[in-house]
Design a protein around this ligand. Structure first.
Ligand code: ADP
Length: 250
């Protein structure tokens, strides 16, 4: 070695452009919510027969309108979450939270899907787990996302296990394992990136935005926790989340 060269580059302008783009996404998603809610509202009224009975074909088409609109609402909400995380305007409001109770309510919400797919589901909540200082709204989002993925990416009659326990004196650990499609080895390093969806699930015509795990990772890491997974296409996937028991550091 006869010398080194150091290169410095001012990235202030790039950062400003990036911020402006995120603000634009935030504004656009926000504006899109109102018309989408209107479509939702009227589609629900029509489906409920409020202005007369629909024939079979009309119902079928309207059902499609309704479901596509729901997907759009989900996407817009996810974009809003992503932009507030990136702009740092995501507010964390920690309070004493019963995580097992929260998990049960998340599961109850997704029970219709679990039943429809004939999935064998189990929840174990360690009795040593008590109230923790956390933002229930954000923890709910974390559990909802990981659990709905496990359900969505597990074929009928598969198994899902959800457990909550103490990892050590300072951390809680959530473990959600499924016997589903798994994540291809060569794409595992991209799973937490924005808008990424693995080939094997895209081929199966499953719905998704590719934003869920990006949001989950940001929430977990902003809370002082960690998230990782172990997956194989033959056995399925297990997601692990650790969270500090002494609460979210703001
Ligand atoms: P999506 O809306 O596509 O589910 P996510 O960000 O939640 O977006 O997940 C990103 C990708 O990670 C998914 O598209 C899928 O390829 C993969 N993935 C996540 N969870 C699982 C799982 N439990 N089993 C198999 N693949 C999964």
């Amino acid at each position: 070695i006869i010398g080194t060269i150091k290169v410095f580059r001012d990235i202030t302008a790039e950062r400003a452009i990036d911020k402006a783009k995120t603000e634009f996404v935030s504004l656009a998603s926000h504006q899109l919510r109102t018309p989408l809610s209107t479509v939702n509202w009227y589609a629900e009224m029509l489906l409920a027969g409020d202005v007369g009975e629909l024939n079979e074909q009309q119902r079928k088409y309207l059902d499609e309108v309704y479901r596509s609109n729901q997907r759009m609402v989900e996407l817009v909400n996810a974009l809003l979450d992503v932009s507030s995380l990136e702009l740092g305007t995501f507010i964390m409001e920690p309070e004493p939270t019963d995580i097992c109770l929260l998990a049960r309510s998340v599961i109850a919400e997704q029970q219709p899907e679990i039943i429809a797919r004939n999935i064998v589901f189990s929840l174990t909540c360690d009795k040593d787990v008590s109230l923790m200082q956390a933002d229930p709204k954000l923890l709910r989002m974390v559990m909802q996302n990981i659990l709905s993925n496990a359900i969505k990416y597990t074929p009928e009659s598969g198994k899902i296990k959800f457990s909550i326990a103490l990892k050590d004196a300072k951390n809680l650990i959530l473990k959600i394992s499924d016997t589903g499609f798994g994540i291809p080895k060569n794409q595992q390093d991209q799973i937490f990136t924005k808008l990424f969806r693995a080939d094997n699930v895209r081929d199966k015509d499953t719905d998704g935005t590719g934003l869920g795990l990006y949001i989950v990772k940001s929430i977990v890491e902003n809370s002082g926790g960690k998230i990782w997974f172990v997956s194989s296409e033959s056995k399925g996937t297990t997601f692990y989340v650790t969270l500090p028991l002494d609460g979210i550091k703001i």
